[in-house]
Ligand binder design. Structure first.
Ligand code: AMP
Ligand code: ZN
Length: 127
Protein backbone atom coordinates (compact mmCIF):
# COMPACT_ATOMS: atom_id res chain seq x y z
CA UNK A 1 0.00 0.00 0.00
CA UNK A 2 1.49 3.32 -1.09
CA UNK A 3 2.00 5.92 1.58
CA UNK A 4 1.07 3.70 4.54
CA UNK A 5 3.35 4.36 7.51
CA UNK A 6 3.09 0.84 8.94
CA UNK A 7 3.67 -0.78 5.52
CA UNK A 8 6.87 1.29 5.34
CA UNK A 9 7.82 0.13 8.85
CA UNK A 10 7.07 -3.50 7.83
CA UNK A 11 9.30 -3.04 4.76
CA UNK A 12 11.95 -1.38 6.97
CA UNK A 13 11.89 1.74 4.81
CA UNK A 14 11.17 3.70 8.01
CA UNK A 15 13.07 2.80 11.19
CA UNK A 16 11.27 1.42 14.24
CA UNK A 17 12.22 -0.42 17.42
CA UNK A 18 11.39 -3.96 16.28
CA UNK A 19 11.01 -6.48 19.10
CA UNK A 20 9.60 -9.46 17.14
CA UNK A 21 9.31 -10.50 13.52
CA UNK A 22 8.24 -13.56 11.57
CA UNK A 23 7.09 -14.13 7.98
CA UNK A 24 3.63 -12.76 8.67
CA UNK A 25 3.85 -10.38 11.64
CA UNK A 26 6.01 -7.60 13.03
CA UNK A 27 6.02 -6.08 16.51
CA UNK A 28 7.61 -2.74 17.34
CA UNK A 29 7.55 -0.20 20.16
CA UNK A 30 4.93 2.53 20.00
CA UNK A 31 6.68 5.85 19.36
CA UNK A 32 4.45 7.57 21.95
CA UNK A 33 4.07 4.96 24.69
CA UNK A 34 0.99 5.14 26.89
CA UNK A 35 2.57 2.91 29.55
CA UNK A 36 5.98 1.42 30.42
CA UNK A 37 5.33 -1.33 27.83
CA UNK A 38 3.56 -0.29 24.64
CA UNK A 39 3.97 -2.53 21.61
CA UNK A 40 2.17 -2.65 18.27
CA UNK A 41 1.55 -5.98 16.53
CA UNK A 42 0.96 -5.62 12.78
CA UNK A 43 0.45 -7.95 9.85
CA UNK A 44 3.18 -7.28 7.28
CA UNK A 45 0.50 -7.31 4.58
CA UNK A 46 -1.68 -4.22 4.47
CA UNK A 47 -5.13 -4.52 6.07
CA UNK A 48 -6.71 -1.12 6.53
CA UNK A 49 -8.87 -1.73 9.58
CA UNK A 50 -10.48 -4.52 11.62
CA UNK A 51 -13.72 -3.74 9.79
CA UNK A 52 -12.14 -5.13 6.61
CA UNK A 53 -11.61 -8.49 8.30
CA UNK A 54 -13.86 -11.50 7.75
CA UNK A 55 -13.88 -15.07 9.06
CA UNK A 56 -11.00 -15.80 6.68
CA UNK A 57 -8.81 -13.49 8.72
CA UNK A 58 -9.48 -15.40 11.94
CA UNK A 59 -6.19 -17.39 11.86
CA UNK A 60 -4.16 -14.19 11.34
CA UNK A 61 -6.06 -12.32 14.05
CA UNK A 62 -5.62 -15.31 16.34
CA UNK A 63 -1.89 -15.34 15.78
CA UNK A 64 -1.70 -11.59 16.47
CA UNK A 65 -3.56 -11.99 19.77
CA UNK A 66 -1.69 -15.15 20.74
CA UNK A 67 1.59 -13.21 20.53
CA UNK A 68 0.50 -10.92 23.38
CA UNK A 69 1.27 -13.26 26.31
CA UNK A 70 4.64 -14.09 24.84
CA UNK A 71 5.45 -10.38 24.40
CA UNK A 72 4.20 -9.64 27.91
CA UNK A 73 6.46 -12.35 29.29
CA UNK A 74 9.46 -10.98 27.42
CA UNK A 75 8.73 -7.40 28.50
CA UNK A 76 8.08 -8.12 32.16
CA UNK A 77 4.32 -7.59 32.33
CA UNK A 78 2.91 -11.11 32.24
CA UNK A 79 0.04 -11.94 34.58
CA UNK A 80 1.29 -14.04 37.47
CA UNK A 81 -0.36 -15.46 40.60
CA UNK A 82 1.25 -15.78 44.02
CA UNK A 83 0.80 -18.68 46.41
CA UNK A 84 -2.45 -17.12 47.68
CA UNK A 85 -3.81 -16.90 44.16
CA UNK A 86 -3.45 -13.10 44.04
CA UNK A 87 -2.77 -11.84 40.49
CA UNK A 88 -0.11 -9.27 39.62
CA UNK A 89 1.32 -7.75 36.45
CA UNK A 90 -0.82 -7.47 33.36
CA UNK A 91 -1.52 -5.63 30.15
CA UNK A 92 -4.28 -4.47 27.81
CA UNK A 93 -4.77 -5.73 24.26
CA UNK A 94 -6.54 -3.17 22.12
CA UNK A 95 -7.54 -2.63 18.48
CA UNK A 96 -8.89 0.84 17.64
CA UNK A 97 -11.20 0.82 14.61
CA UNK A 98 -12.32 3.90 12.67
CA UNK A 99 -12.55 7.53 13.83
CA UNK A 100 -15.01 6.86 16.62
CA UNK A 101 -12.81 3.98 17.78
CA UNK A 102 -9.77 6.24 17.93
CA UNK A 103 -7.90 4.72 14.97
CA UNK A 104 -5.17 7.09 13.76
CA UNK A 105 -3.11 4.78 11.56
CA UNK A 106 -5.07 2.92 8.89
CA UNK A 107 -3.06 -0.31 8.90
CA UNK A 108 -4.44 -2.94 11.28
CA UNK A 109 -2.54 -3.04 14.57
CA UNK A 110 -3.00 -4.57 18.00
CA UNK A 111 -1.77 -2.51 20.95
CA UNK A 112 -0.18 -4.43 23.84
CA UNK A 113 -0.03 -1.97 26.73
CA UNK A 114 1.28 -2.92 30.15
CA UNK A 115 3.69 -2.50 33.02
CA UNK A 116 3.37 -0.69 36.34
CA UNK A 117 0.85 2.18 36.55
CA UNK A 118 0.35 5.12 36.03
CA UNK A 119 -0.54 4.79 32.34
CA UNK A 120 -1.64 7.42 29.86
CA UNK A 121 -4.65 5.69 28.32
CA UNK A 122 -8.14 6.99 27.75
CA UNK A 123 -10.67 5.73 30.21
CA UNK A 124 -13.03 3.26 28.48
CA UNK A 125 -16.12 5.08 29.65
CA UNK A 126 -19.23 6.57 28.06
CA UNK A 127 -21.85 8.95 29.36
P1 AMP B 1 -4.19 4.02 16.74
O1 AMP B 1 -4.70 5.28 17.38
O2 AMP B 1 -4.80 2.77 17.31
O3 AMP B 1 -4.28 4.08 15.23
O4 AMP B 1 -2.67 3.92 17.15
C1 AMP B 1 -1.62 4.38 16.35
C2 AMP B 1 -0.39 4.31 17.20
O5 AMP B 1 0.74 4.38 16.35
C3 AMP B 1 -0.26 5.45 18.22
O6 AMP B 1 -0.21 4.91 19.54
C4 AMP B 1 1.04 6.15 17.81
O7 AMP B 1 1.79 6.60 18.93
C5 AMP B 1 1.76 5.06 17.04
N1 AMP B 1 2.73 5.51 16.05
C6 AMP B 1 2.56 6.49 15.13
N2 AMP B 1 3.66 6.61 14.36
C7 AMP B 1 4.54 5.67 14.80
C8 AMP B 1 5.86 5.28 14.42
N3 AMP B 1 6.51 5.89 13.41
N4 AMP B 1 6.46 4.28 15.10
C9 AMP B 1 5.82 3.67 16.12
N5 AMP B 1 4.57 3.98 16.52
C10 AMP B 1 3.94 4.97 15.87
ZN1 ZN C 1 -0.16 -0.56 5.44
Amino acid sequence: MDNCLFCKIAEKKIPSSIVYEDEELMVFKDIRPAAPVHLLVIPKTHITTLSDCTAGHAPLLGRMLALAPRLAEEHGCAVTFNADGEPSGGYKTLINSGPDGGQEIYHLHLHVIGGPHPWRVEAPRHG
